[in-house]
Design a protein around this ligand. Structure first.
Ligand code: HEM
Length: 424
């Protein structure tokens, strides 16, 4: 459930800051405000705070932590990689000494390391390269819809997260990385197991090691026989300059960035349609599904903003944000979910409205140099999945009462751990 958070804190531990996950559980309730929700919506208190004080102090004992919840202030922080660092090592003055950066840590490093690592990835994420995945994504969605139906009990009940929302992005990442077909069942099993969606907190540490070992095997296989995916491309073009460890980190980073996020969007997006069937009908009956799916998906991304906060940033120097002075070393948490509902973006931003006119771009994928490298791929998956889903199962309903849904309590990536639905 708190996979990303845990990964983050385990990095901190390795960097020797002395912080660990237990710090999070000891935080005062108010400090967890940006990670709490009521069903699909951020807490009303967060919106009130944003409107009153878009840059405010979070009550964290012994540290100065700022919560940036206003849209303009959020862009200012995310867009200024000179004043704000993603690398905790700056805090303790050991940058680059204690850890060899790997691409998995893209979100945790600054230029020039970041520039170098990101350049390795970007060629595979251009529209031209991504378009090779379009027919594959279509087929994966189709196959997983059939599998969803096969997994359903005789009364049509099935867990949408386990049988659709997780496998679709896992298999798309297989395509992206170039994992051979005969390996895909295993890849999917390992990658899903590492997110403790089903396994609970204890299960996940073992699962992370296991899946990293598994990824290492995939890398060795790609060294021997480079395929036409991202890993094969890196082996061919940078083979002697990039180590197996770096490649493993990269595959791991893509998995971290692309699996849980997209799965959450699929799960919560489906929930929105099941709770207000007018959205489902509009998508199902559209004569041109692509034309409807595009604004639908972008409004879903904004409204849900499943990555609730950006990775923490650290002020590298004294700086002023939204008129508030910050000091070198201060920690800054940007609440993407609050910023994306800022009234500054338009009227009634708390409502989901796919027909709203386009306004300033939302921050669901972040902004600036760390903006999501997989944004277009994520969009492609969602635009393919929702229209196919509502056409295949137009009668789909929630199989539990909305109040019985298992929303995550405190998690950077918001979501439901299970979503029982009845397909017919
Ligand atoms: C709809 C699904 C997705 C959402 C909502 C999402 C959201 C985000 C956000 C908000 C960030 C920036 C965090 C920050 O600045 O602190 C980010 C970064 C990142 N994402 Fe995504 N993401 C999604 C899909 C993907 C996919 C499909 C991939 C890869 C296959 C991916 C890979 C990454 C990576 C590697 C980064 C780090 C980029 C950097 O630091 O330069 N994401 N994502």
């Amino acid at each position: 459930m708190m996979w990303l958070t845990r990964r983050y804190f385990s990095r901190l531990r390795r960097k020797g800051t002395g912080l660990d996950l237990s710090t999070l559980s000891k935080l005062p309730e108010d400090a967890l405000l940006p990670l709490r929700r009521d069903g699909l919506d951020p807490l009303p208190e967060l919106g009130e705070l944003r409107d009153r004080e878009p840059v405010s102090r979070l009550p964290v004992p012994g540290m100065t932590v700022w919560l940036v919840s206003g849209y303009d202030a959020a862009r200012q922080v995310l867009g200024d990689a000179r004043a704000f660092s993603n690398d905790f090592a700056h805090l303790i003055g050991r940058n680059g000494v204690d850890e060899h950066h790997e691409p998995g840590g893209l979100g945790f490093c600054d230029p020039p390391d970041h520039t170098h690592l990101r350049r390795l990835l970007t060629p595979e994420f251009t529209m031209r390269r991504l378009s090779r995945l379009t027919p594959r994504i279509h087929a994966i969605v189709e196959e997983r819809l059939a599998a969803l139906s096969d997994a359903a009990a005789p009364d049509g009940t099935v867990d949408f997260i386990e049988h659709f929302a997780m496998p679709v992005p896992a298999l798309v990442i297989c395509e992206l990385l170039g994992v051979p077909y005969e390996e895909r069942d295993a890849f999917q099993r390992f990658s899903v197991a590492r997110f403790d969606v089903l396994g609970g907190v204890g299960a996940s540490f073992g699962a992370i090691t296991e899946s990293r070992n598994y990824l290492r095997g995939v890398i060795e296989q790609q060294r021997r026989d480079p395929g036409d995916g991202l890993l094969g491309m890196l082996v061919r073009e940078h083979g002697d300059k990039v180590t197996d460890e770096e490649l493993t980190g990269l595959a791991d980073g893509v998995l971290t960035g692309g699996l849980e996020t997209t799965a959450s969007m699929l799960g919560l997006g489906t929930l929105i349609m099941l709770q207000d069937r007018a959205h489902l009908t509009a998508l199902r009956d559209a004569p041109d599904p692509a034309a409807v799916a595009t604004p639908f998906v972008d409004e879903l991304l904004r409204h849900l903003t499943v990555v609730q906060t950006a990775f923490p940033r650290f002020a590298r120097e004294d700086v002023e944000i939204g008129g508030v002075p910050m000091s070198e070393g201060d920690i800054v948490i940007v609440s993407l979910s609050a910023a994306d509902r800022d009234p500054r973006l338009g009227p009634a931003m708390d409502t989901f409205d796919p027909s709203r006119p386009p306004s300033s771009p939302h921050l669901a994928f972040g902004y600036g140099i760390h903006r999501c490298v997989g944004a277009e791929l994520g969009r492609m998956e969602l635009r393919e999945a929702f229209p196919q889903l509502v056409r295949r199962f137009p009668e789909m309903r929630l199989a539990v009462e909305p109040r019985d849904l298992a929303f995550r309590k405190v998690s950077i990536v918001y979501g439901v751990d299970t979503l029982p639905v009845r397909l017919h």
